[in-house]
Design a protein around this ligand. Structure first.
Ligand code: SAH
Ligand code: DHB
Ligand code: MG
Length: 307
């Protein structure tokens, strides 16, 4: 066994339960505001008893940025596949694989302080984005949807020397919080946060010839995902990687009759991808602190590609 004893308990007394609870509350207030759907009350959620909890004596205390700061969706599957188990496993991998990180912790803390919704990627997903950017040997990265700059900081860490990252955010308050976080993380000189609706700022970026970008992360409003993807393709080169967050939506993606515009945004992307010969793509379902969700990953093909 790695990192100490694992014991099975039946309680919900997670380390940092207070933080988890408040993040959960804030997320659901935000989601209720956005969708008009009444989310389950936190009392109901907190009374759910996990079957298994890992308690490790020797692993480092989890930092804020690596904890279950967000539970986007309630669990869709029974038989032990619960949100609590996904959180515990996500936290376990964070503790074992992600070193304590003051800049990311501060980014989360100041975003919380400023009242931003806790909808950033999880720590393990952030690390995945960083690794993808490294695999791309990315010099130029574009992000659509900044929030407090959490995913931005992860990706900026992978930038090749001399590289730059542009991130687009419509909410001036989010952009302000992000700029402070990004500066404090040491990326003030290489990251630019542009305020404005992304469908307005993307044509400006194209007009400036800022691309082509080696990696593009699409994570803003879901209704406009197809439009963002088309711009991403415009701003790409053969070999560019385009990643789209939140494409599974607790399985709702397969509901053709859904009246949720975010689901329909993802479905229109899928229709488009099924017909677009210039990219080759896959979709990955994920579980973890962000619930049951997933990413689309697409690579821009070269002219002579046989794929
Ligand atoms: N990528 C971030 C999370 C982004 S949340 C992270 O993982 O850390 C989505 C963000 O997109 C929010 O901050 C929201 O304000 C922003 N957004 C929503 N609509 C937008 C639009 N039309 N143009 C640009 N940003 C938008
Ligand atoms: C929401 C947005 C996200 O990008 C995400 O990862 C989770 C939730 C939202 O708008 O609710
Ligand atoms: Mg997202």
């Amino acid at each position: 066994m790695v990192g100490g004893a694992a014991v099975i308990t039946g309680t919900f007394g997670l380390i940092g339960g207070f933080v988890i609870g408040s993040a959960w509350e804030r997320l659901h207030r935000y989601r209720r505001r956005k969708s008009g759907v009444v989310a389950p009350s936190s009392t109901a959620v907190e009374s759910v008893q996990p079957r298994l909890k890992l308690v490790s004596a020797d692993v480092p205390k989890p930092s804020l940025a690596r904890m279950s700061h967000s539970r986007t969706f309630k669990p869709a599957i029974g038989d032990g596949m619960t949100q609590d188990l996904w959180n515990s496993v996500d936290d376990y991998f964070s503790k074992m694989l992600l070193p304590p990180d003051a800049a990311l912790d501060l980014a989360i803390a100041s975003s919380t302080e400023a009242g931003l919704p806790a909808i950033q990627v999880s720590a393990n997903q952030g690390k995945q984005l960083e690794m993808l950017a490294r695999m791309q040997k990315a010099h130029f990265i574009l992000e659509i949807g900044t929030l407090g700059g959490y995913s931005t900081i992860w990706m900026a860490r992978a930038l090749a020397p001399g590289g730059r990252l542009i991130t687009l955010e419509s909410d001036p308050k989010h952009a302000d919080v992000a700029r402070t976080n990004i500066e404090r993380a040491g990326f003030g000189d290489v990251v630019e946060v542009r305020t404005g609706l992304a469908l307005d700022t993307l044509p400006l970026i194209a007009a400036e010839n800022a691309g082509p970008f080696d990696m593009i992360f699409i994570d803003a409003d879901k209704e406009n995902i197809p439009g963002y993807f088309k711009w991403a393709l415009e701003l790409s080169r053969p070999g560019s990687l385009i990643v789209v967050d939140n494409v599974v939506r607790e399985g709702a993606v397969i509901d053709a009759a859904s009246d949720d515009l975010r689901v329909q945004g993802v479905r229109r992307l899928m229709d488009y991808l099924s017909r677009e010969p210039r990219v080759t793509a896959t979709a990955i379902q994920t579980v973890g602190t962000k619930g049951y969700d997933g990413f689309v990953m697409a690579i821009v093909k070269s002219e002579d590609s046989k794929q």
